[in-house]
Design a protein around this ligand. Sequence first.
Ligand code: ADP
Ligand code: MG
Length: 703
Amino acid sequence: MDTLTYLATPIEYLKGVGPRRSDILKNEFNIFTFNDLLHYYPFRHVDKSTVYQIADIQTEGVYMQFKGKIVSFQILGEHRAKRLAAKFTDGTGTLDLVWFNGIKWVEDTLKQQSSFIVFGRLTAFNNRWNISHPELIDPQNRTENAIAQHFYPLYNTSEKAKKAGLDSKAIAKLTASLLTQLHGEMPEILSTNIISQHHLISLKSALFAIHYPENQEQLAQAQHRLKFDELFFTQLKLLKLKLLVTKKNKGHVFARVGDFFNDFYHRCLTFDLTNAQKRVIREIRRDMSSGQQMNRLLQGDVGSGKTITALLVMLIAKDNGFQSCLMAPTEILAAQHFENISKQLSTMNVTVAILTGSTKTAQRKQIHQRLQNGEIDILIGTHALIENDVIFNNLGLAVIDEQHRFGVEQRAKLWEKNIIPPHILVMTATPIPRTLAMTVYGDLELSVIDELPKGRKPVITKHLYEKDRLMLFGFIKKQIDIGRQIFVVYPLIKESEKMDLLDLQAGFDNMSRAFPLPQYAIGMVHGKMKNEVKDFEMQRFAKNQTSILLSTTVIEVGIDIPNATVMIIENAERFGLSQLHQLRGRVGRGGEQSYCILMSGDKLSNEGKQRLQAMVATTDGFEIANFDLKLRGPGDLQGTQQSGIIDFKIADIIKDEQLVVYTRNLAKKLLEADPDLKATENQSIAKQLQLLIRQDNFWGMIS
Ligand code: ADP
Ligand code: MG
């Protein structure tokens, strides 16, 4: 049996596993084969191979052991704060040790003896190194040799698994026995070239050392090699997909920029485009005239002017005799796009229509008809656009607004709207850091509008507590008196929708008392309202017939009301950072100074406080996204949850940012030189890639 076949053996055939444990391994840890077990990496190692010196400590968070003496110890505090604190020295420095449990036992031990090897996790506390609940080892009982052997893996496990006897130790036994059975056989998945050029250790050594390293250096090398593999093959997969797509999909050639574009540009545009907008339009034009289908992601912070950019691009489609469509995630947003774009195009011979879930049947039929015979140039709408009965005459360009609300599948559906698929432009305000974009949207080209229109004043952001509410009301009054409008947003979390609506209602009652008619008019919108009512309320606010609009997050994306200068967010600690940023983006759209007020209860978690502080500190969406990533990890970032492709075992998209960029370039070069991976040298890579492709149905989703 060759090694590959051997590695594909179902896990129940490994000695010591059996049917019961194999079920657990499958269900709890996704371990189906021998190979999966090899790639079930320990989350940490206990390194008792080295005795360190206190003077050598560099960072907290690491586990280390030291040999020395307890200098003093005492019991402090009472009741739940009761603890035993000890000072420990090895002659190079001192450590604080502390125990909260088992105090009696520790005290007895320390009374009998003062020399120990201590082992544990270092933290820095009050500028001193500290270990809580260290392991105390009697140095007399251990030879130097025994210490050296103590370098062992710890595996994540679960309660269920533990009940079946599969604790970390048992898993370690399984990996050890599997590695022994392999007799050092392990086929390579990279080319010898790449391995030597990038000073990688072999896959075989890496898999041994990731479980059973001899020292820290070996462990680091193993981690590096496996991260490299993970990132390199992810990029290779995405780039290969892109290659397939562009090869398969000839694009419409938009050769001319003609009267519609130019007329609009010179006659209707009421402001100068920013340089970033101009650059992006050039990038898009280049794509659309290349003869290949465009698949481009347009990233731009809230308010950076993506819509007008898209409109200009749609006019290029019209110049070349093609239809285009603009798909938005909500009815409100689609309606607003329709209204703005219709207004902007009112003096031009371009036909715009809107199609959403609430379009009446008669009207819908009529739109279908006019779309099919080419009367409609630009169709704006929601998901309704991608339904099967929507047939275009010749769709040349599809724009998708706020991409994070749509999945890859929906994008793919648009491709089918024409024999030659339309050019695709997806727009997002979720400021995904470049590395993440590279990974999540690796199949798309990236354009960035990294400049806001001139004259925008940064929104002033303040974090206020409940006790400041009277002051807040005073501020609102002043703003309304000078003619401005106010948004107040309440969180809406699905599980407690009823509760949340009560919050909104209570807020409405409160505000109505503080801001009574006829002097003040207040409107309210939420997701449970009928669309007509919602639209009516939105319209009243847009026309400044109401000065305060209370809402749940239905106004989150895209709404553009320049006269609204204050955004108040209630229970701001319950929102994610990117959501807060989106909401703040609803103000600061005109020339007036705008404000964002984050209201929170008086009690806040540390993380909650940090998040609100980040919002106060910066208005830069990229900084906020980076902060969010660091705080919560990429899994929580909007738009990445569904993708599933950033579910790495060992790589960390933030910490290993450089390696992401590096492996992407490497994968690019490789495919440029050998697009089909036919070279003998690349056979192992080709084989592994195929295996990965078969594993996830990623491709099926798109093509
Ligand atoms: P977003 O990128 O968030 O979708 P919008 O496209 O809604 O932003 O644009 C926000 C506002 O800025 C709109 O009122 C738009 O007309 C205006 N705008 C866009 N580009 C410019 C520009 N270059 N100069 C001045 N105002 C602009
Ligand atoms: Mg927008």
